[in-house]
Structure formats: C-alpha cells, structure tokens
Design a protein around this ligand. Structure first.
Ligand code: 13P
Length: 249
C-alpha cells in the first residue's frame, strides 16, 4: 500500500509574512491521516520562517527549484545543502514552467535529480506533454523521453516521486479527466518497471498535477495509479487546500 502525497506548489506567490500567516492556520486546521503525507513548497524566501512553524507538525516542507552544484560563483542560485539546512525534504524539478520559461532541458533536470537524491532529499520530477504533442498522439513518447533522460544514470527510484502534469492542464482550469490521467500514470508505472524493476514500480509515487481542485480531487484519487497530487492555485487558499488534503477515496 503506497502512502499518498498531497503537495502544494505555491509558485511565485506569498511573501514571508503571508506564508507565516497561512501555515499558522493550516497547521491548526489540518487533520492527521496515516495514509497520506502533506507537503508545501513555498518560495525560497519563506522556507526558514515556515520551517520553524512546521516543526513538530505532520506537514512537510519542500522547495520549488535548486541548482546542481554544491557551491560557487553562481549568482542567484541555491544549493541542496542550503535547502537541506532549512528543513526541506523534497525538491521539485523539471516543472514545465522551468522547462518552458527558463529553458531547462532534460539534461539539466537529470543533473538536478542526481544532486537532489545524493543529498538525501526526495526529488519530485515533473513530466508532461504540451497540447500539440497530445493532439499529435505523442503523449507517451514525450513522457517516455522525459523520464528516461531525466532519470539517466540513476540506479533506483527510492528518492524519486514523479508528477505527471500535462502542460495544457496547468493553471487553465482544464484538468485531465481521471481516465486520461490514469492512462498516463499507468504507462509511467510500466516504464518504471521496465527501467528499474517491479519492486520500484510498485513503490514509486506518481502524482497528478494540473487544475486540481476540491471539485475533482476525489475522482482523481479514486484512480489506481494516482498516488497523490501536486496542486498549484488551489493550494494558495486555505479552504480549498484543506478540502483537497481531506480527499475521500
Ligand atoms: P495549477 O494547480 O494551478 O493548475 O498548477 C499545477 C502545477 O503546476 C503544480 O506544480
């Protein structure tokens, strides 16, 4: 039985003060579940104060990005060592916004995944096809290429979570139907089995992301291969995030 993960990716929203205010209420309102983990990934500037508030609570802390070098003259970048010191246990990488706006390639994402895992942090590797790729019938090819390249040279998936985020569903209000998502999730699990073996395929968490909201969370989580969600917009509001955490299977 896989323990599910409900993760909030705050993207470039909330100042440190706004983040503090939010998590103070979140930690007092959230229900504790033995079958699911809860994670929030605020902007870098909020990590330290949020980490202090989350100490001793079941809510975990993650970062949205990292650079793959340990330290050095890399103006504006942040290392896994710095993030670990703030209490981060997950780091998102390969998000489509990083790929499309900041030109991150599969090769860069691969370096990041390796660095994250070797630092003892769990990598949340995002993959997903664009609308035109889906329309041309290339969804599985795109996902396969991204996963193979981003996980190249990695011996197992013990420190990896995969987030399937179809680009056309991100921030559009148009989520993949539970059946569309399940089709890709099941393909991803098959691919992990092919690359790393049955045991890792059974254990790996595959999250869905893209317009997850209170109205669709239950039907998404009812799918066999959906092990959790990576939530953008709906994780910024307490009421909707709490309802998503509270999903019913
Ligand atoms: P939305 O939930 O706002 O569509 O964003 C999804 C996402 O990109 C999470 O990483």
């Amino acid at each position: 039985m896989r323990k599910s993960l409900v993760a909030g990716n705050w993207k470039m929203y909330k100042t440190p003060r706004e983040s503090i205010e939010f998590v103070k209420v979140l930690k007092d309102s959230v229900k504790v579940y033995s079958d699911r983990d809860i994670l929030i990934c605020p902007p870098f500037t909020s990590l330290v104060p949020v980490s202090d508030i989350l100490k001793g609570t079941p809510i975990k802390l993650g970062a949205q990005n990292v650079f793959f070098e340990e330290e050095g003259a890399f103006t504006g970048e942040i290392s896994t060592r710095m993030l670990k010191d703030t209490g981060v246990s997950y780091i998102i990488c390969g998000h489509s916004e990083r790929r499309n706006i900041f030109m991150e390639t599969d090769e860069i994402v691969n370096k990041k995944v390796k660095k994250i895992i070797s630092s003892g942090i769990t990598a949340i590797l995002c993959v997903g096809e664009k609308l035109e790729e889906r329309e041309k019938g290339n969804t599985f090819n795109v996902i396969e290429r991204q996963i193979e390249k981003c996980l190249e040279g990695i011996k197992d998936t013990a420190g990896v979570v995969i987030a399937y985020e179809p680009v056309w569903a991100i921030g559009t209000g148009k989520n993949a139907t539970p059946e569309q998502a399940e089709e890709v999730h099941s393909f991803i699990r098959g691919l992990i089995e092919k690359l790393f073996g049955k045991d890792f395929a059974e254990k790996i968490l595959i999250l869905y992301g893209g317009s997850v909201k209170p109205e669709n969370i239950d039907s998404l989580m009812a799918q066999k291969d959906i092990d959790g969600v990576l939530v953008g917009g709906a994780s910024l509001k307490l009421e909707s995030f709490l309802r998503i955490i509270d999903y019913k299977k």
